[in-house]
Write a new protein. Structure first.
Ligand code: GDD
Ligand code: MG
Length: 353
């Protein structure tokens, strides 16, 4: 599992935790992915870490609490997706023809992993890619196939995509393919390995599975993914509570007349005051939401303090920031960790001039 990226599009959230460790519906993205892998019968996972490597091992340990055997391999310099895969080769078990499943660590997906592996075995492909369809494929790896599912091109982040089928970030590699990736230098599977295999005529197969799929790389997607987990639109055995309209984690305090909904999650030890509304939002551990505040489609970082009467809509508030009473922040606003916004500093007015 590839978990070494920086998550720059999720700043300021990723200033304190690497993207795969940000809590979605109460637990790290990686925990949901690992649960799906385990539920599909996978017993051993190697995490390829780089940025903030230590936090993964601190959280997951040897994996026994998660029903898995976990190992870690850390890159001293980021090796890219292909380099990271090559770098874990010494930890992989099995023979040259055995299937190895590889996951991007920032995806929420309903993929039938066992079916992907079966397809790989049936076709005898060197690599089998999970493909999904998205509205705008330009931010992804675009993957045209022929009628039999054979991949004909791999076009990473192309401005003029010929299809809206994209690389969904889960692959099965024949073990020997991993051993052949150049070692000791940065390599991209998307820009170097896949195009190289196709140029050499190697069989690469695409497996279309159009169940739930989301890359959590942007704040909007991050909030969406959390809501979908809380409401059960995407199932996860790692969800720390029952599916519902909202999820309140242990030791949180929610005033009886506060309104929670839209798949919101309130983190461990967080406080939601009288008359506050939390709608479709992610409130991290220890955050405080003041009386009458209205928080919609937003992320409030760990320990952040949102004053009384504050309105947030489509906003990301970094860890430990303080937004004093009667501020109003709208879509796209990013408050950096520890920042302080004085009372009434920012408001939107509909009755100006
Ligand atoms: N260990 C390690 N080292 N992991 C890395 C590195 C690295 O140098 N660089 C990236 N990763 C991890 C990230 O943490 C993430 O889990 C995964 O590799 C993919 O990196 P992203 O940075 O999230 O890539 P992307 O979302 O722009 O594009 C990738 O995913 C798309 C699907 O979401 C590509 O694989 C696209 O082709 C694909 O469509
Ligand atoms: Mg991504």
């Amino acid at each position: 599992m590839l978990v070494g990226g920086q998550g720059s599009r999720l700043r300021p959230l990723t200033m304190s935790a690497p993207k795969p460790m940000l809590p979605v519906a109460g637990v790290p993205v990686t925990a949901h992915m690992l649960a799906r892998a385990r539920d599909a019968g996978i017993t051993r996972v190697v995490l390829a870490t780089s940025y903030r490597a230590e936090v993964f091992e601190d959280y997951f340990g040897d994996g026994s609490a998660h029903g898995l055997e976990l190992e870690y391999v850390t890159e001293t310099e980021p090796l890219g997706t292909g380099g990271a895969i090559r770098n874990v080769a010494p930890k992989l078990r099995g023979g040259p023809d055995d299937p190895i499943v590889i996951f991007n660590g920032d995806i929420l997906s309903g993929l039938d992993i066992a079916a992907l592996v079966r397809r790989h075995q049936q076709t005898g492909a060197a690599v089998t890619l999970h493909l999904t369809e998205v509205g705008d494929p330009r931010a992804f790896g675009v993957v045209p196939t022929d009628a039999d599912g054979r991949v004909t091109q791999f076009l990473e982040k192309t401005p003029d995509p010929p299809t809206n089928r994209i690389n969904a970030g889960c692959y099965v590699f024949r073990r020997s393919v991993i051993d052949e990736i150049p070692a000791g230098r940065p390599v991209s599977v998307e820009r170097e390995i896949f195009p190289g295999m196709l140029a050499a005529g190697t069989l690469v197969v695409g497996y279309v599975d159009s169940t739930y799929w989301l890359d959590l790389g942007t704040p909007d997607a991050f909030v969406q993914g959390s809501r979908d987990l809380v409401t059960g639109r995407i199932g996860s055995s790692a969800l720390p509570g029952p599916v519902g309209d909202w999820l309140v984690l242990p030791d949180a305090t929610v005033a009886t007349d506060a309104k929670l909904g839209g798949g919101s999650v309130v983190g461990v030890g967080a406080v939601v005051g009288d008359g506050a509304t939390i709608d479709g939002s992610v409130i991290f551990d220890g955050a405080v939401i003041g009386e009458g505040a209205v928080v919609r489609a937003s992320v409030v970082g760990a320990g952040a303090v949102i004053g009384a009467g504050v309105a947030l809509d489509g906003v990301v508030v970094g860890d430990g920031a303080r937004i004093d009473p009667d501020n109003e922040l709208r879509a796209g606003a990013r408050v950096f960790p520890g920042a302080v916004l004085g009372a009434g500093a920012i408001r939107f007015s509909s009755d100006r001039g």
